[in-house]
Design a protein around this ligand. Sequence first.
Ligand SMILES: C=C(O[C@@H]1C=C(C(=O)O)C=C[C@H]1O)C(=O)O
Length: 283
Amino acid sequence: MQQDSRIRIGKIHYTNVWPIYHHFPHERFGSRLEWIEQVPTGLNKAMLAGEVDMGAISSFAYAESHDRYELYPELSVSAYGNVNSLLLFHKKPLSELDGATVMLPTTSATTVNLLKIVLGKFVGVTPNYVYAAPSLDTMMKHADAALLIGDDAIRASWREHPYEVSDMGGLWQRYTGEWMTFAVWAVRKETIRAYPELVAAVHEAFLESKAAGLRDPDPIVRKAQGVIGGTEAYWRGYFRNLSHDFGPDQRRGLSLYFRYAEEMGLLPEPAPLHMWADNSVTR
Ligand SMILES: C=C(O[C@@H]1C=C(C(=O)O)C=C[C@H]1O)C(=O)O
């Protein structure tokens, strides 16, 4: 591969990934990296098509195409319990959603399938699912419930509305006692083969950026207030609730989610976690 080739890195267009991206040492890479910012389903599609080489995608999208990817260790969007940005708004209790219309956002892959698992397996109801653009008012016009993710969910949660709200991270924890991982950092195998040193250097840079974000969250909190609104206390709490780790606890929770998804026919086959390891010297 030519020295001047670039790696295209996906960035989820939501605040939840800022703690990992904010302090990224761009100067270290010159023009070798290109950044592509989209909602999760946009990145899922672009990675599959080879238009993006690495970056955050829905963990469910990884499972659907796990043979093509390896996962960066220590990077994810995860939570143990409430997330505050993965919210089901509903007009009646979950147990009364059998046969009801439930709107799903076209932006999400992981959380829509998590909702299907929670309602189908744990609550024991089978709604009719309909995909729609992520807008609470339009979704609720003809539905009994609507799921929103990311900043769309945060903005909707600040509004006055007559609905009950269920947090998908909280529901998963309540029924399984496990962590849940919503986004993973995947790298296409072709990219690992073509640029082993650059792939290792980018992983290192993300880990440094994440450590800096944990040490110094202030600029990230201020930026979130400026771009989305809300109070300093809200964003401190939001980022504190999220985890960007991808260790044994998160992997166990994610593997259970993949198993249930397969049991319910949402995934065609088991999805092992293929972890990337820095073999850049021997590859
Ligand atoms: C925590 C979140 O996790 C997200 C949920 C995703 C999904 O449902 O596919 C994908 C990436 C993450 O952005 C969020 O959106 O707030």
